[in-house]
Structures are given as structure tokens and as C-alpha cells.
Ligand binder design. Structure first.
Ligand code: SIN
Ligand code: MN
Length: 197
């Protein structure tokens, strides 16, 4: 795992936030439900040729937004270039960003331990960008019951799960409100860029 602390300048963070707002205008945030029907503790949307969703039929990638029925908007250039650049630096020059999941957490948002394994190709890196309030991120091993470690993710941090950490269990334990002024009304955005196949 690679944790690049405060990798993005305030200017880059502001620009990424702006393009995320444009994505959310085309593809509104929604609160998905787990296969059990229980709602998630945060909202999400996507951009890219595919988007990750969850509902009572399961976790999967779709070409269309679940409520508007429209195709996802393309990944904004700034995000696409950043992801390709980072992938290049960790030795994945052929990385092809196909999807960017955008999670929005309010102060009570959280996300249980899980593995990212809906992708057909589980080799390419997962690149994650944090914006807004700090979060306590949990990362464990490749088995659910392995011990976990807490990592503080701040606005502008990049986290890359690649190689042995690609399938590590991870989650969001807590958002720490009032720790960033990037988002006018607080909260945290996380962007997860992936190559799916
Ligand atoms: C995720 O694992 O889907 C998101 C992690 C995060 O919000 O940092
Ligand atoms: Mn994940």
C-alpha cells in the first residue's frame, strides 16, 4: 500500500471538487442499499465507462446510473491524467482508468470492512483520493479476521492499493467533522479510480 500524504495542492483539490460537482449534476448522488436491503451510510455516484453500484441484486458494475437510466459521464481529464500518472509511477504504464466511484460521507458516514473484488481483473491498482474532512481508514490483510491498522486520511491524500495490498480488507471507521474547510458544508469525498477488466 502506498499512502501519499497531502499529495494534492489546494488548487488541485479545488479543481477536482469542481469537476465532481459537475459529475453529480449529470449523475446525481444516490444512497445505495446492500443486497440485504440495508441502506449504505453514505451517498455515491460514478463517472467513467462503468459505475459500481449495489442493490438487492448485488454488487456490480453497470453502464448506466440506477435512477436516471443515463450512461455515466466520462472521467474528467484531471482525474484521468492524475490516475494514469500515479499508475505509471508504481510500474503500471498500461493502466486504463475505466471507472471512478465518488463516495460522499456526511459526519456520521462510515463503511464496514470489505475487499474490492467486483472487478474482472483484480491486478490493476486501486487509486483513492480523499477530499474534505479527515477520515479514520482501516486496513487489514487479505482475510477478514486479520488485524487492522488505523490510518488518518486527510484532504489531498492519495492511497494506492496495489500488489499484495490490492485485495486487503479496508473500511472507513469514522469521519472527523470540522477538520477541513474544502467542502463548504463539511463532509468527505472519496474518489476511487479502477481499471475493471
Ligand atoms: C471504499 O473503499 O470504497 C472507499 C474508501 C474511502 O472512502 O476512503
Ligand atoms: Mn473499497
Amino acid at each position: 500500500m502506498l499512502h501519499l500524504q497531502q499529495h494534492l495542492t489546494l488548487e488541485q483539490q479545488t479543481e477536482i471538487l469542481k469537476v465532481c460537482r459537475e459529475v453529480a449534476r449529470q449523475s446525481p448522488l444516490f444512497t445505495p442499499v446492500m443486497p440485504s436491503g440495508k441502506p449504505f451510510n453514505y451517498q455515491m455516484t460514478n463517472c467513467g465507462e462503468l459505475g459500481w453500484i449495489s442493490d438487492t441484486k448485488g454488487y456490480r458494475y453497470t453502464k448506466k446510473h440506477p435512477t436516471t437510466g443515463r450512461v455515466w459521464t466520462p472521467i474528467p481529464e484531471i482525474i484521468n491524467n492524475l490516475a494514469k500518472d500515479l499508475a505509471n509511477q508504481i510500474g503500471e504504464p498500461d493502466y486504463h482508468p475505466q471507472t471512478c466511484l465518488i463516495n460522499f460521507y456526511k459526519s456520521a458516514g462510515k463503511l464496514g470492512l470489505h475487499q474490492d473484488n467486483s472487478e474482472k481483473n483484480l491486478k490493476p491498482a486501486i487509486i483513492s483520493i480523499s477530499l474534505g474532512d479527515d477520515a479514520i481508514f482501516l486496513i487489514g490483510g487479505n482475510k477478514r479476521n486479520a488485524p487492522t491498522q488505523e490510518i488518518l486520511l486527510k484532504s489531498g491524500d492519495i492511497l494506492i492499493l496495489h500488489g499484495d495490498s490490492r485485495l486487503a480488507f479496508h473500511g472507513i471507521k469514522k469521519i472527523i467533522p470540522g477538520t477541513s474547510s474544502l467542502l463548504k458544508n463539511g463532509g468527505r469525498l472519496n474518489l476511487t479510480i479502477r481499471q475493471v477488466y
